[in-house]
Design a protein around this ligand. Sequence first.
Ligand code: BTN
Length: 245
Amino acid sequence: MQNNTFSTLFVGQNLIKLSAVDSTNNFLKSLLSKSEPLPEGTVIMADDQFAGRGQQGNVWHTETGKNLTFSVLLKPSFLLLANQFLLNMAVSVAINRALVKYLGNDVKIKWPNDIYYGNKKIGGMLIENTIVGTTIKSSIIGIGLNINQQHFPTHLVDSATSLYRILQENVNLELTLAEICSHIEVAYLHLRAGKDSIIKEEYIKNLYKIDMQSSYRQNGEVFEGMITGVTEQGLLNVMIAGRLG
Ligand code: BTN
């Protein structure tokens, strides 16, 4: 891929495209640990990620050559550790913005950082921060999005979807990656300029099931509640039977 697809200042300008790797997050982490400095905005993408990692130690499965699996290096040293959820919000908002172009307003952010269409997951992210003192020295933002995958394993059929399954047509992977990088850069620059409120408002506005009565489960207990927002630390505010939980 040629880097001139990217009309960004820095996100994606140093693009490393791999045909196969265990995990783009692992690859970026090991590159970062080597002596030479790696520019902010470096993106590692892979056609085949054979040991992709998901949230909570899960495995991230993806069909070779069909989807986007990539990791972005950011250096948000301006962010206090206590505000690290802002980065999660900014990247979620960026992906949401990029996908709305293809899918319209039914794309939602499922707290904390899954991307949903209807009741099915299109993608997610795994953010791994390196902390020094009270600031974030570097952040590896691994993103997996189901783009042109047509078929999912039986255990995922009811819970996962892709752009192809929704649109019934293939989408150009390189172009979509360039668009996402551009949205990540814009949202990140908002954070860097201290315009957190733009990001927070958009994140909350696009939350899956915001202001909708729904069933939730916590510690084995099922209850009716309504998501009303998120706290500064990134915890969900859920109104349970008229009170805030
Ligand atoms: C999740 O929803 O569980 C998060 C999935 C994150 C997957 C991406 S794919 C690129 C990057 N490399 C990894 O090993 N994981 C992330």
